[in-house]
Design a protein around this ligand. Structure first.
Ligand SMILES: [Zn+2]
Ligand SMILES: [Zn+2]
Length: 360
């Protein structure tokens, strides 16, 4: 438990602001803390991850309907509840709780929401895209989209919100058979957690990651995973060692990876697409899919239930997050952190920014 001075009347107010080609840290003079809206809580951010989507926005990604530049990014947030707005009581969240924010606030009323696919809600607001995000000192968000994460280290709790919960959903959707063979292309921020969650779900599963660099292979090897560096012969090497795969996950963000995934699959295999990819999907010859009855399945973010599940796995100690965060930087250095991340540093899993230099 981390103490926060609730008697403070003024609050530092820094936030990251992104528009195409520009990222800056805005500092406003200390002022009264903003009041959370109805049903919302005001959070003192402790840690917030930087996701590939944040870099995509810096590079001018087209925003979803209802959003416009400049954006205040950050959708992977852990922090302490400072205050509750009207009607925010009764959700099991109290002042001073460490919470993780689910990054999507669906309407809860449309057909998509009622069918149980809340993260696909066409009316949803996304934290750090439609609404000011958590690469900031404070953030307001609906309390019904928060999960208490008492006892977890803030930097690790933060990545549960997106990098881990998305991985959890991908693993659930893939339905790997017992003792099955799975390959994860792009074992970075999300992919590393896919491997970890597959191992928890079935210790007898045969797992391998495909990574871009030797340093990433080294990082996976030290976490006990088999890894191969992507090159011209990786397909042949994996075929020799594994035969075909039951499931291939692509979280690489590289246009060539889906086609490699199709080539690696065994008959009736499943390709799970989790990356944000600009442009068209290239899968190779149509017969490669049709004559082997392959399935291509997209996964997008996670549900609140998925987030509850990974918080529980982490709190119980079953989910080891030690390999999930590779770089911790300070919010004060946000601009440099974006540039560092954009250059794809060695052995990258996730970069997390903290609001205080002392938070672990
Ligand atoms: Zn993200
Ligand atoms: Zn909805």
């Amino acid at each position: 438990m981390i103490d926060v001075d609730m008697s403070a009347t003024s609050v530092a107010n820094r936030y990251v602001r992104v528009r195409p080609g520009s990222v800056e840290l805005v500092t406003e003079p200390p002022s009264q803390p903003p009041l959370p809206g109805p049903g919302e809580a005001l959070i003192d951010v402790l840690a917030c991850g930087i996701c590939g989507t944040d870099l995509h926005m810096w590079h001018g990604m087209r925003l979803p309907p209802g959003a416009q530049y400049p954006v205040r990014p950050g959708h992977e947030v852990a922090g302490l509840v400072r205050s509750l707005g009207d009607g925010a009581e009764g959700h099991g969240i109290a002042v001073a709780d460490l919470v993780v924010l689910h990054p999507i606030a669906p309407c809860g009323a449309c057909g998509t929401c009622r069918s149980g696919a809340e993260q696909l809600c066409p009316n949803a607001e996304v934290l750090g895209i439609h609404r000011p995000g958590g690469l900031a000192d404070t953030v307001s968000w609906p309390v019904r989209r928060m999960v208490a994460a008492r006892g977890l280290a803030p930097t690790r709790a933060a990545v549960l919100a997106d990098a881990v919960a998305t991985a959890y959903r991908a693993v659930r959707q893939a339905e790997l058979p017992p003792g099955g063979r799975a390959c994860v292309i792009g074992a970075g921020g999300v992919g590393t957690n896919v491997l970890e969650l597959l191992r928890i779900a079935d210790p007898s599963a045969r797992l391998v990651g495909i990574v871009g660099r030797a340093s990433s292979a080294q990082r996976l090897a030290s976490a006990g995973y088999d890894a191969e560096v992507a090159d011209d012969t990786v397909h042949r090497r994996l075929r020799e060692r594994f035969g075909g795969f039951d499931v291939v996950f692509d979280f690489s963000g590289r246009p060539a990876s889906p086609r490699l995934g199709i080539r690696l699959l065994d008959r009736r295999g499943v390709l799970v697409l989790g990356s944000v990819l600009d442009g068209d999907l290239v899968l190779g010859p149509a017969t490669a899919i049709q004559t082997r009855e392959l399935v291509v399945r997209g996964v997008f973010n996670s549900s609140l239930d998925d987030l509850h599940s990974v918080v529980e796995l982490a709190s119980s100690g079953r989910l080891d997050l030690s390999g999930s965060v590779s770089h911790v930087r300070s919010l004060s250095d946000a601009v440099a952190a974006f540039a560092e991340l954009d250059a794809r540093p060695e052995a990258l899993a996730r970069m997390v920014l903290t609001t205080s230099d002392s938070v672990g």
